[in-house]
Design a protein around this ligand. Structure first.
Ligand SMILES: NC(=O)c1ccc[n+]([C@@H]2O[C@H](COP(=O)([O-])OP(=O)(O)OC[C@H]3O[C@@H](n4cnc5c(N)ncnc54)[C@H](O)[C@@H]3O)[C@@H](O)[C@H]2O)c1
Length: 397
C-alpha cells in the first residue's frame, strides 16, 4: 500500500486524488502540502488526509508518507525532488518534469543518486486507447513506424502561473507538447534516438511572452518522424488526437472530443461536462470516466506496482528528461528557424541506427512499388526495373 503525500492541492492534485481514491483502491493520500492553508484544509477534508501543512518539507518528511506525488507549478518540481532525495522518499512527478533538460537531468540524477523510485506522470501514455494501440504497434500490426503525430489543443490553462514564462518555463509547447512528444516517442520506439527538431511557434492571440501555438517535426535516427501540434487558444474543448502510420497499418485515436458519447441538451440541469469543455448546452461530447480515460488509473497502477516490485515504471524521470531535451531543441529551432540538434548528454538507447531499406523484392529483376485492383477490373502492378531504374506497369491476368 502506498501512503501518499500530495504536493499541490490544485487542479491536477485533485484529479490525481480522485484517481488514487477511486473504486476500491488500496492506496491513500495521507498528507497534503499546499501554498495556502485553506487549500490544504479543503483538500484534507475532501480526501480524508490526516496531515496537512503549508511547509513542503514537513509533509515530505512525515513518517506516515512512503510516496510523494508532485502536483506543483513547473518551477517548483526540482525543489520538491531535492527534498524527496534528501529524505529518501519515493517520488512521482507530474509533467513536464523540468522546465529545461538541464533541470530535468539534475532531477533524474538526484533520484538515481538517492536510490529512490522516480516515476514520470505522463498520463496520456496510459490511456486505455493508447495502451491498446501500443500493444498493436509492439506486435507488429503496423509494421515499421514511419510517422507519429500527436495533437493537443484547448482554450488555455486555468491558473495564472501557467501564463507566466518564468514560472511555467514556456507556453503551450512545454505544457502540451511534452505529452505529444512522449506519445510519438513511445510509438516510434523509446530506444530510437531523437536527433533534430524543426519548429514553428508563435504568440497569435494572448497577451503573453510565451507561445500560444506551435507545430514541430522531430526527426529520429532511424528515419521516423514525430510531429506535434499544440495550442492554448483552440475553441471547442480539449482536442486530443494521435495518428500513427506504419508500413503495414495505421492507427487514429481520438481521446476526448469524440469518445463515442454524444449528447444534446437545451441546458436544463446543465452540469460539468468534461475537462475544458467550453459549453454545457447544445451538442456535447462527454467522457464516460474522465479519470480512467485520461490514463490516471493505469498510470498510478503501473507506478505503484513498479515501486513495490523494485523495477522502473513505463515512464521514468529519464523519459521526462528526454522529452525536455526534445522541447529545448524545438524552442531553439523556433527562434533560429533551422533544424536544431537534440542535445542529449545522457542517452541510454540504441546508437548508430540507419533508415531501413524501403525496397520490396518482386522478382529477380524488379522491385514492387504497388499492386492495385482498379474500377475497370484490372489488377495492376507497378514495378521498378532493377537494372535500369525504369518504372513500369503490368496487368496481372
Ligand atoms: N494531464 C496532466 O498530467 C496535467 C494536467 C494539468 C496540470 N498538470 C501539471 O501539474 C502541475 C500543477 O498544475 P495544476 O493545474 O494543478 O496547477 P494549479 O494552479 O491548479 O495548482 C497548483 C497547486 O500548487 C500549490 N502551490 C504551491 N506553491 C505555489 C505557487 N507558488 N503558485 C501556485 N501554486 C502553488 C497550490 O496548492 C496550488 O493549488 C503542473 O506542473 C502542470 O503542468 C498536469
Amino acid at each position: 500500500m502506498q501512503r501518499i503525500a500530495m504536493l499541490g492541492g490544485g487542479f491536477i492534485g485533485r484529479f490525481y486524488a480522485d484517481s488514487l481514491h477511486g473504486q476500491r483502491s488500496r492506496d491513500k493520500v495521507v498528507a497534503i502540502y499546499a501554498r495556502r492553508e485553506e487549500t490544504a484544509k479543503k483538500f484534507a477534508d475532501d480526501y480524508g488526509c490526516s496531515f496537512l501543512s503549508t511547509n513542503m518539507e514537513e509533509v515530505i518528511a512525515h513518517p506516515d508518507v512512503n510516496m510523494v506525488c508532485i502536483a506543483l507549478p513547473n518551477n517548483l518540481h526540482a525543489a520538491a525532488v531535492e527534498l524527496c532525495a534528501k529524505h529518501k522518499k519515493n517520488v512521482v512527478c507530474t509533467k513536464p518534469l523540468g522546465r529545461t533538460a538541464d533541470e530535468a537531468l539534475r532531477m533524474m540524477q538526484l533520484v538515481e543518486e538517492a536510490g529512490i523510485f522516480g516515476g514520470y506522470l505522463e498520463d496520456l501514455c496510459y490511456t486505455p486507447k493508447f495502451l491498446k494501440a501500443m500493444d498493436s504497434v509492439r506486435n507488429g500490426a503496423l509494421g515499421r513506424i514511419l510517422w507519429a503525430k500527436s495533437r493537443e489543443t484547448h482554450p488555455g490553462p486555468h491558473s495564472n502561473w501557467f501564463w507566466d514564462k518564468e514560472q511555467a518555463g514556456g507556453g503551450c509547447m512545454l505544457d502540451l507538447g511534452c505529452h505529444c512528444v512522449e506519445i510519438a516517442r513511445n510509438f516510434i520506439g523509446k530506444d530510437v534516438k531523437p536527433v533534430e527538431v524543426m519548429c514553428w511557434a508563435a504568440t497569435q492571440v494572448k497577451p503573453i511572452e510565451a507561445e500560444d501555438h506551435a507545430i514541430a517535426l522531430v526527426k529520429y535516427e532511424n528515419g521516423a518522424i514525430g510531429q506535434f501540434e499544440v495550442s492554448w487558444t483552440f475553441r471547442g474543448g480539449m482536442d486530443l488526437r494521435d495518428e500513427v502510420m506504419g508500413t503495414e497499418g495505421t492507427i487514429w485515436i481520438n481521446s476526448f472530443l469524440r469518445t463515442g458519447f454524444e449528447m444534446f441538451t437545451t441546458g436544463k440541469g446543465a452540469d460539468y461536462v468534461a475537462e475544458k469543455a467550453e459549453s454545457n448546452t447544445g451538442w456535447l461530447f462527454p467522457v464516460g470516466d474522465e479519470v480512467n480515460d485520461l490514463g490516471y488509473n493505469h498510470m498510478f497502477t503501473d507506478m505503484f506496482v513498479s515501486a513495490e516490485e523494485g523495477r522502473p515504471p513505463a515512464e521514468t524521470f529519464y523519459d521526462g528528461y528526454i522529452v525536455n531535451a526534445i522541447l529545448d531543441a524545438a524552442y531553439k529551432s523556433a527562434s533560429t528557424k533551422q533544424w536544431e540538434p537534440v542535445q542529449l548528454p545522457v542517452w541510454r538507447g540504441r546508437e548508430g541506427l540507419t533508415q531501413e531499406t524501403t525496397l520490396t523484392e518482386y522478382d529477380a529483376d524488379h522491385y514492387l512499388i504497388k499492386q492495385e485492383m482498379t474500377h475497370d477490373g484490372r489488377n495492376k502492378l507497378i514495378l521498378k526495373e532493377k537494372a535500369t531504374g525504369k518504372i513500369i506497369e503490368r496487368d496481372l491476368a
